[in-house]
Design a binder for this molecule. Structure first.
Ligand SMILES: Nc1nc2c(ncn2[C@@H]2O[C@H](COP(=O)(O)OP(=O)(O)OP(=O)(O)O)[C@@H](O)[C@H]2O)c(=O)[nH]1
Ligand SMILES: [Mg+2]
Ligand SMILES: [Zn+2]
Length: 332
């Protein structure tokens, strides 16, 4: 039987049976403990993975995972504690990079890192600035506008007032998306708002530290009912089964808050190709691709920073990420 992983810790996974959606999902373990094609990761499976399973005894509600189907995409990060890459979501189309203008404070560096990862993973990425009902300082606005200037899509929304939700719904309609962001930015709240149901537990902000309390502890995938956005867009989004069955289902993956996003699987020399306003300049410096973009004469990256084509904060992020991924090789 084929199944779709909707959640899982490191060894027990909830698998829904797509051909038989009326049947309750099964709690599954991996047969033989090791799953081919998923070695070396912190977690062998993530929401969105498609697997072959063998059902357990009737009415046990359990099963065994036999094999993993080839992934079309993975959104990973390097899990420093575990010392290995962690799969946050599999087979998704879109990364919704969650941030808030306040409470917790706006963190553009988090966005730089997550945008880099999404690009390297070949995913479409949107910046979602939730809690917009709290208002945004001019500094926050300046950075959001700069992300727009360099070509990223920014959505200003509120899970609380529902402002901006129909625009967001239309963008994610018929696709699978993963929500990634720091604790307390309102990922679970936003999914609840889109579901119009209190499916996920939400947590208060720690007043002393002005940050979230890591309420969500496990990544979980949910399906959104076909919505008005789908009807407007027509086609699959309206909930009609497309070719191959249930194509066009709108899926969202909630993930636990991440304090610091460490990119995974990106070579230091390749970062430049994944940052939108840097990429066209790659290789154009006097010293070509071997330029460190720190001190060299004829450095087009540094010239672009001086000319305001590259925001200073983005340049700073670029240097820091490169330094981190190369083990301090570029440190001053
Ligand atoms: N004012 C306001 N508060 C919000 C909004 N969205 C969420 N909150 C509040 O922010 C707090 C954190 O929300 P959660 O949904 O738990 O945040 P999260 O990103 O899922 O956090 P983790 O699971 O810890 O990663 C809760 O107190 C929510 O009620 C919003 O749009 N506006
Ligand atoms: Mg949460
Ligand atoms: Zn240079």
């Amino acid at each position: 039987m084929k199944g779709l992983v909707t959640s899982g810790s490191r060894n027990i996974f909830t698998v829904s049976l797509e051909h038989d959606p009326a049947r309750p999902p099964l709690e599954c373990r991996i047969k033989g403990k090791i799953l081919k094609d998923s070695e070396g990761f912190y977690n062998p499976l993530a929401p969105g993975d498609r697997v072959s399973i063998e059902a357990g005894p009737p009415r046990s509600g359990t099963g065994m995972i036999l094999s993993l189907e080839k992934r079309r995409s993975v959104f990973t990060r390097f899990n420093q504690k575990g010392g290995a890459p962690q799969i946050l979501a599999a087979n998704v189309d879109i990364a919704l990079l969650m941030t808030s203008p306040a409470s917790p404070p706006f963190r553009p560096r988090f966005l730089d890192r997550a945008l880099l990862q999404a690009d390297a993973a070949g995913l479409e990425a949107f910046i979602v600035c939730n809690k917009y009902d709290l208002g945004a300082d001019p500094d926050v606005e300046e950075r959001l506008e700069d992300f727009i200037r360099i070509g990223y899509r920014v959505l200003r929304v509120s899970a609380k007032t529902r402002a901006g939700l129909s625009e967001l719904r239309a963008l994610i309609d018929g696709k699978s998306s993963v929500l990634v962001g720091q604790s307390g930015t309102g990922k679970s709240s936003l999914i609840n708002a889109l579901l119009s149901a209190s499916k996920f537990r939400v947590g208060a902000i720690n007043e002393k530290y002005d940050r979230g309390n890591h309420t969500t502890t496990m990544a979980v995938m949910v399906e959104l009912p076909p919505g008005r956005a789908g009807a407007e867009a027509g086609g699959f989004g309206a909930g009609e089964p497309g070719p191959g069955g249930r194509a066009g289902t709108t899926r969202l993956i909630d993930t636990p808050g991440i304090r610091r996003f460490v990119p995974d699987g990106i070579k230091p020399g390749d970062i430049i190709f994944h940052l939108r306003e840097f990429a066209p300049l790659a290789g154009t410096c006097t010293y070509g691709l071997s330029c460190s973009h720190r001190t060299e004469p004829g450095c087009k990256i540094m010239e672009a920073v001086s000319a305001g084509v590259i925001h200073e904060d983005r340049y700073e992020s670029f240097l820091r990420i490169r330094d981190e991924l190369s083990g301090g090789k570029y440190a001053d």
